[in-house]
Design a protein around this ligand. Structure first.
Ligand code: SF4
Ligand code: SF4
Length: 223
């Protein structure tokens, strides 16, 4: 995602050329809400607009294309470094073995939404242990990988310098291939968001059976 056109307005300076360079921004109006906001700001004299320079539009498209190519190249490079299959698992287990369970990756993630975090359940992750039980990371992968927007926060804040975002993103692209959901772009809910947290937790507590997947894949029978 280079220009967030799923938003109401997408701003940026790629393609701002000539005397306007450094003094103006492109504003791509992507929804009626965005148009109303921009019109309102213009009417109030808060900003001035003019039609985009056609040459600037062309340059903007070229820069965007070049950035996509660069990103694809680096993603391929970074994913290759993770290895495949068991090698990848070994890499992930080795990297995450440095974890000190500070919870920063969880606290900063825009996708983590559970009120009652499973990683804090002593039956799932034994407390007070270092290195941290790998289940801590498995829970996070299972809960977030379908909806990770690759914002990089979990990696940025990790004091153990674990490549959390890279690991999560590598799983997310596989789930995207399976379920066709592009997080942050598709406006329908990702797979795991169909789960009602309280209902599923009490079901898990009462039956010992994780019914979440049954409900998601077989909603009529599951309910
Ligand atoms: S931020 Fe890093 S060290 Fe802290 S819990 Fe997450 S992975 Fe572990
Ligand atoms: S990269 Fe993904 S898992 Fe990490 S903080 Fe961002 S959304 Fe959450």
């Amino acid at each position: 995602m280079k220009i967030p056109r799923q938003a109401d307005l997408a701003c940026g300076n790629w393609g701002v050329i000539g005397p306007k360079a450094g003094k103006a921004t492109f504003v791509e109006v992507c929804s009626e809400k965005g148009a109303a906001l921009l019109d309102g700001a213009v009417k109030k004299g808060l900003l001035a607009t003019e039609a985009a320079n056609p040459k600037g539009l062309e340059i903007r498209a070229k820069v965007e294309g070049a950035m996509f190519k660069l990103a694809d190249k680096w993603r391929k490079h970074d994913f290759e470094a993770l290895g495949e299959g068991k090698d990848r698992l070994k890499y992930i287990m080795t990297e995450t073995s440095r974890c000190i369970k500070c919870y920063q990756c969880i606290d900063q993630c825009p996708i983590c939404y559970c009120v009652d975090c499973t990683t804090k359940n002593p039956a799932m992750v034994p407390p007070g242990e270092l290195p941290v039980n790998f289940m801590f990371h498995l829970i996070r992968y299972a809960h977030i990988a379908d909806s990770c927007v690759n914002c990089g926060q979990c990696e940025e804040v990790c004091p153990a310098e674990i490549p959390n975002a890279l690991i999560m993103h590598s799983q997310q692209v596989e789930l995207e291939k399976m379920f066709g959901h592009t997080p942050g772009v598709n406006m329908e809910l990702p797979l795991m968001a169909y789960v009602e947290e309280k209902e599923e937790r009490s079901r898990l507590n009462n039956t010992g059976s994780d019914m979440i997947y049954q409900n998601v894949f077989n909603p009529v029978k599951g309910h």
